[in-house]
Ligand binder design. Structure first.
Ligand SMILES: O=C(O)CCC(=O)C(=O)O
Length: 285
């Protein structure tokens, strides 16, 4: 049996804790079925929304902007293979001075996210003209860090505006579970928040009301649900609702995990004001 981990805690990759995400790619040409699937599942796994080459070019551009110490000798920026060494003096992820902070402010990044495939998908799902919120996050994980995203719902991080928000999670490179893919707790968008609130007291951040838990095994067992996973490829896009519980796995491969997450609201809806500025790792939102 394979063992994965999240935030350093081992997780058995078995049928008790995991089940594959339903592939909704074929519904893309049927808007009402696609919307119904999103309501039913709380998320959509869509393959090949973006051109693989465009995604890999973004990966290449980001790693080219990093200190070469980070990359294994003899490998390319596009591969993004970790050398095992973090550049000395590297600031915390996404804060000024870290390459991710500069990269989300580049024309290359803006052009990538302006791909009409993304806005067209959001318009189909939200049923009208949309706006992508300016706070777009670039996440970068490497093996050995034992860092991953804790189980959470997006609404707890953006609760000062309309909850008619869609998140798109875009792996920037192939991303099987061992590279640190996103996982979703099945049917959890229908749970009342009171059902998972007690888990916060058992997590590693009991003073923070936003993350639910760093412990994905306990979360799955306490709520009697499995984590839905996929073997993501460059070009795939996940869409999810703000009330579904999700988390990420640790990166244990040599290939580094790079991803972007962006949010859409309907034009005319009031967005959370904290999401109207470019992302910075220290913006507290
Ligand atoms: O990429 C991650 O680890 C977390 C992403 C996430 O939580 C989101 O896109 O809502």
């Amino acid at each position: 049996m394979t063992t994965l981990s999240s935030n350093g805690l081992p997780l058995s990759f078995d049928e008790e804790l995991f089940t594959p995400l339903r592939d909704s790619t074929e519904l893309r040409s049927r808007p009402s079925s696609l919307r119904a699937r999103l309501r039913a599942d709380g998320c959509l796994y869509l393959r090949g929304v973006l051109a693989r080459e465009d995604v890999l070019r973004l990966r290449e551009a980001y790693f080219a902007s990093c200190d070469p110490v980070l990359l294994a000798p003899g490998t390319t920026h596009r591969e993004g293979v970790f050398s095992g060494r973090v550049p000395p003096g590297l600031p915390a992820h996404g804060v000024p001075g870290h390459p991710a902070h500069a990269f989300v402010r580049t024309e290359t990044f803006h052009r990538f996210l302006a791909d009409p495939a993304l806005s067209a998908l959001a318009e189909t799902l939200l049923g009208g003209p949309v706006q992508m919120l300016p706070r777009r996050i670039l996440r970068h994980f490497h093996r050995g860090s034992r860092l991953a995203s804790r189980a959470h719902v997006d609404r707890d991080y953006m609760d000062r505006g309309s909850d008619r928000v869609l998140t798109m999670w875009i792996p920037v490179g192939d991303c099987p579970p061992a590279t640190g893919g996103l996982v979703y707790l099945e049917g959890s968008h229908t749970l009342p928040p009171a059902a998972y609130a007690p888990l916060r007291a058992t997590g590693d951040r009991p003073g923070d009301r936003r993350p639910i838990s760093h412990d994905l095994t306990t979360t799955a067992r306490a709520l009697g649900r499995r984590w839905m996973w996929a073997d993501y490829a460059a070009g795939d896009v996940m869409v999810h609702l703000p009330h579904i519980i999700h988390a990420s796995l640790d990166t244990t491969t040599d290939a580094m995990r790079l991803s972007v997450d962006a949010r859409f609201v309907r034009c005319g809806d009031t967005p959370d004001p904290r999401w109207l500025r470019a992302w910075s790792g220290d913006d507290g939102a």
